[in-house]
Write a protein that binds this ligand. Sequence first.
Ligand code: GRF
Length: 214
Amino acid sequence: MIKLVVCVSGGGTNLQHIIDRISDGTIHEAEIVRVIANNADAYALERAGKAGIDAVCVSPKSFDDRGSFNQALLKAVDEVKPDLIVLAGFLVAIPPEMIRKYPDRIINIHPSLIPSFCGVGYYGLHVHEKVLDRGVKITGATVHFVDEGMDSGPIILQKAVEVMNGDTPEVLQKRVMEQAEWIILPRAIELIAEGKVRVSGRRTEILESPDMEA
Ligand code: GRF
């Protein structure tokens, strides 16, 4: 059984799908021991509360400088001794000392097929705006390990999603979440919890078919 910390900033739909997969037994080797939000208004905190999961808010606004915030964030993580840290729409730069302390033990969900549409400024709806601006026909989502770059760590799972005529950024975001994010993030956790993800350099090997829903 591995212990998860899930870091959130917003509505928490990705968190909810992890909670649901654990409660329906799809993920049976992991438990969420703490949810950490960077803002008190994140509905994700409500979701954690309803699921009886310890939830804390560590907000940059409560600290005089970034260094003190980073320390508080790392303390909130260290306290529960997680095996895996899951960034589920966490819009905060992860402190380098945290990445160094948890090598290949921090994963992130990004709403595009990395290396497209990622890096500085590519988060949330902005990603889908750029996808529509560029006119690509296929987008999707990526789960990757977090390294000290931005969206640059070894890719674990990806899932493609079709861009449809007339899509708005909001409609496309919802489709990417429904058809990709909410499937591959829990699946990646399940595979890691079962010891089926091996990192070799910038690549990963999945030791069984990722067999995600169609
Ligand atoms: C989603 O847009 C996801 O692609 C991105 O952050 C947002 C998280 O949404 N990583 P939620 O808080 O999980 O609903």
